[in-house]
Structures are given as C-alpha cells and as structure tokens.
Design a protein around this ligand. Structure first.
Ligand code: GRF
Length: 220
C-alpha cells in the first residue's frame, strides 16, 4: 500500500483523547484521518473532529429499531470514508460479527490493560482491587471475541502504592497517546500485517503478547 495514502476512520463514543493524539501525530506519520464515526452525539471527540476540520458521522443506536439496522447504518457510515484501516478509540459498541470477519486484519482496538488480562470494563479499578503490580495498554486486531483479537503491542507501567483509579487512568492515557499513532503508522507504512498464523511486523512474526513498547520515562 502506498504509505502516505493510508486512510483511517476513527470510531469513538466519548472523550476522544486518542482521536486527538491520532490527529496530532498524523502529519509525521504515514496515515491520514479521513473521518470520524461516533455512536454518541454528545461525544466530546466530535468537537475535536470539527476543530480539526474532519468529517464526522453520528450513528446512534436509539435511532434504529434493531441491532441489524444499526449495524447496517454503521457499516455504511464507515464505508463512506473508504478507509484502509478502521481504528477503534474508545468505541463502546460491539461491531457485528460479519463485518468483523470481512475486515479481519483491518480493524485495530486499544484497550486499557495488559491483555489477555482484564478484558471488558473498569480495568483500572479491577487491577487495583486485585493488587496487581503492573498495568498497561494493549493494541490488538479486532476479531469476534471482545478484547480478544491478536495482540499487536503492549506497553506497561508499574502500579504504585499511592495509585488510584484516576491516577492509573491518567498514566494509561499518556501511554495510549504515544502508542496508538505509532502502531497505526506501522500499519500505514505496510510494516504491520495480520496473517493466518499471527501478527507480523517487518516480516517477523510477533509473540502472542505482541511487541513490547517501553513506556516513556515520565510515565512508568
Ligand atoms: C481508552 O482508555 C481506551 O483504551 C479505551 O477507551 C478509552 C478511550 O479514551 N478503549 P478516549 O475517548 O480516547 O479519551
């Protein structure tokens, strides 16, 4: 794929700080944000998109009688941007299994835990409750399993004695904002691919836990 023409569409539901990081870094990287799709009309990320002059589509599930028609509208909205890669950034709806299967290897998600541990919600709280000494971020290709697709990259931080849900969330966000543009660039530059037997970066197969990206010094 010609690197500078890799179009991504970013799917959001809320704040959109990862969307912001993707927008901000895009001028140095091989992807460009073609558009944003939100299932939530009140998502702050939509304001970020507008400020960046990006087109956005709002597909609210309440406007549709059932799951199938909502999924259909979502797929249409994504398709209208003709993306090479779909980037989920705090998108709180599950994509339909057929769509996911058809786009295998072309959808990335970011999740605030060291997968395969702590799939699902409230990861910071659960990590604290479990007394974990480490926490972090994972980026993975999306498949039909919730937060269960092939892992591309992880980055870790130490859980400190004084950490709270909020302080963990803040450090995890800093990690995310570094990692997501970088990993998206790997894909855009043709360096990252999902193959039948696993995830490849620069023609080398990655371990099942993905590439380990060191946290920036101030974040650990
Ligand atoms: C991030 O923590 C991401 O890992 C998770 O949802 C959060 C989205 O944050 N999937 P933001 O909307 O990008 O600020």
């Amino acid at each position: 794929m010609p690197s500078s023409s890799c179009k991504i569409v970013v799917l959001i539901s809320g704040n959109g700080s990862n969307l912001q990081a993707l927008i901000d870094r895009s001028e140095h990287y091989a992807y460009r944000v073609a558009g944003v799709v939100s299932n939530n009309p009140a998502a702050f990320g939509l304001q970020r998109a507008a400020k960046a002059g990006l087109p956005a589509a709002i597909i609210e599930h309440r406007d549709f009688p059932d799951r199938e028609t909502f999924d259909g509208a979502l797929i249409e909205a994504i398709g209208a941007f003709a993306p090479d890669l779909i980037v989920l950034a705090g998108f709180m709806r599950i994509l339909g299994p057929d769509f996911v299967e058809q786009h295998a290897g072309r959808i990335l998600n970011i999740h605030p835990s060291l997968l395969p541990k702590y799939t699902g919600m409230h990861t910071h709280r659960r990590v604290l409750e479990a007394g974990e000494r480490e926490h972090g971020v994972s980026i993975h290709f999306v498949n039909e399993d919730l937060d269960g697709g092939p892992i591309v990259a992880r980055s870790r931080i130490a859980v400190r004695e004084e950490d709270t849900e909020q302080s963990l969330k803040e450090r995890v966000h800093l990690l995310e904002h570094e990692m997501y543009p970088q990993v998206t660039d790997w894909y855009a530059a043709g360096r990252l691919r999902l193959r039948a037997d696993g995830v490849y970066l620069d023609e080398k197969k990655l371990p099942a836990t993905g590439m380990e990206i060191p946290a920036p010094p101030g974040v650990r």
